[in-house]
Design a protein around this ligand. Sequence first.
Ligand code: NAI
Length: 343
Amino acid sequence: MKIAFFDTKAYDLPSFQKFGEEKGVEFKFFETKLSPDTVSLAEGFDGVCVFVNDVVNAQVVDGLYERGVKVIALRCAGYNNVDIGRAYGRVHVFHVPAYSPYAVAEHAMALLLTSIRRIHKAFNRTKEHNFSLVGLTGFDLHGKTAGVIGTGRIGRVFIDICRGFGMKVIAYDKFPAENSGIEYVELGELFERSDVISLHCPLTEETYHLVDKNAVERCKKGVVIVNTSRGALIDAGALLEGIKERKVGAACLDVYEEEADVFFQDFSGHIIDDDVLARLISMPNVIVTSHQAFLTEEALAGIAETTVGNIAGFFREGRCDNELCYRCGEVERCRKERREKCF
Ligand code: NAI
């Protein structure tokens, strides 16, 4: 089992090497992302292992198929960057459905607390021996309303955390969980009632720019928007306008629509071309982290173990419970109902 591993970061190596050796999966680590320009690197490999910003569009899927690549192993939960419809019948696609929802939910709360209690400001001030408190006034989370969009694995953990803070929680989900004790409301009502909005749904055609100009207009003045899910859930231009108009009180972003060009890289000595991102970062009430919500030891080990297990299971036993399939109509249903290859 020879796997071409794209977009390799130093933190990937220990866990993937360890689990790869244990299961007989041999990785060749490439720093470059998978894209139409780099798909030729997959020649001679049984599979590719990709992350959130690798481009696996129809052209890349065809390129992999032509080269005899049999599997695309995503080492993440989201799969919006893969043309799964195109892959069906050509290349099998696996993902890591769950690996520590706590990592992401806890990061969302860390961003929220940092923002509303101005910890990022205070940290910089005291480093320079500035002990003034002026401008650092925050607000209590206790008693405030959190609007959670997407009540799956991560959204539910975030709800528990919010409840621990004494917040009232309302939620919107296209598929509300029955008997969950969660108060579901329509999306518009969620925008109108929430003091804090946190996004935990996948990026699909339907959820693209879910937070747009209209949504921002419906929000409460001073709303705090937290996004640890996928950047394109938010129209970044509309968010920026909302901040400039003082409608949005703060934004906490672990993901950004155009992140593929900048996130995970050191641009400290360079000029950032993306004006919207640069302007957002310059705002005192915006915190940006570069897609690091998943980055805990527990999550990294879980990701590597499941990804290697997906690959080894597929080639050894001819099945993978985490296969994504379009034949069923719903991408993840095979995982629940079938115990064999999707095609
Ligand atoms: P999940 O699949 O357990 O939950 C997603 C929820 O969204 C489900 O309840 C589903 O019904 C709901 N949903 C689907 N379509 C919807 C729609 N149109 N409107 C509203 N809700 C909808 O997924 P999980 O594990 O909770 O992950 C959520 C998202 O978090 C992932 O899709 C991924 O994009 C993101 N993520 C980000 C990470 C990071 O490091 N920043 C790491 C891991 C995941």
